[in-house]
Ligand binder design. Structure first.
Ligand SMILES: Cc1cc2nc3c(=O)[nH]c(=O)nc-3n(C[C@H](O)[C@H](O)[C@H](O)COP(=O)(O)O)c2cc1C
Length: 211
């Protein structure tokens, strides 16, 4: 089959794009607002985009709380998404109001960082302390705004739980990363699994732009 993305007329029940560009790592992004509200949310439009300096990016569809906070305080933490924390990661994706601290929703522990103000997830096996470098408003081929905002940060400090280091390496067989596929699908150490996004106050966590 072939389809033209202009009309998105793929004839399939759901858009296959994100299932094709998969697996994607998940950046579990913690931020803090200028008033001190802590935020935590998963982003699978996330990746490393350079080393020396170590740069990572995440991209928000719409201006979500993570972007608002980075604009205010110019710092974020990318926490490591292990399969063991799948439920907690999913919980922190609820479309919760700005002042909600998702650490509390998911029963996670805030641990201090060395160079940035947002807390990291104590339970995560690694965390990248990041300082804001650049925001790019993404556009289409005609220059129209995609209403997506890519945040690039420089990694200024790296936390690794000693449990994840074996023979001098950050060992993925111990860290057991979870990756995002398409639809409701994820990939973990035992293969594929599904998770449904949580709702919040009657707002569906599935499918909406805010979601
Ligand atoms: C595994 C996973 C990956 C996600 N990736 C993204 C993403 O890359 N970009 C995005 O805008 N939303 C993404 N979402 C949805 C956000 O996590 C969700 O909208 C969240 O409420 C945003 O939180 P915030 O407003 O506190 O930043 C993802 C959700 C899940 C469960």
């Amino acid at each position: 089959m072939f389809y033209d993305t202009d009309g998105r007329d793929h004839g399939l029940p759901h858009d296959p794009f994100k299932a094709i560009v998969a697996p994607r790592p998940i950046g579990w992004i913690s931020t803090i607002s200028e008033e001190g509200h802590v935020n935590l949310a998963p982003y699978s439009f996330f990746n490393a985009v350079s080393s020396r300096p170590d740069l990572v990016m995440f991209s928000s569809e719409g201006v979500k709380d993570s972007v608002k906070n980075v604009r205010q305080t110019r710092e974020f933490v990318a926490n490591y998404a292990s399969h063991e924390l799948a439920d907690e990661i999913n919980m922190t994706s609820a479309p919760a109001p700005h002042e909600t601290n998702e650490f509390e929703i998911a029963g996670l522990t805030e641990a201090p960082c060395n160079f940035v103000r947002p807390p990291r997830v104590a339970e995560a096996l690694a965390a990248l302390e990041c300082k804001f470098v650049q925001e790019i408003e993404l556009t289409d081929i005609n220059g129209n705004s995609a209403d997506s905002f890519m945040i690039i940060g420089q990694v200024v400090g790296v936390h690794i739980d000693d449990r994840a280091i074996k023979d001098g390496k950050f060992d993925v067989s111990i860290a057991r990363p979870m990756a995002r596929l398409g639809y409701r699908d994820y990939h973990g150490p035992a293969g594929y699994f599904e998770m449904t996004r949580p709702d919040w106050g009657g707002v569906s966590g599935e499918g909406s732009r805010k979601s």
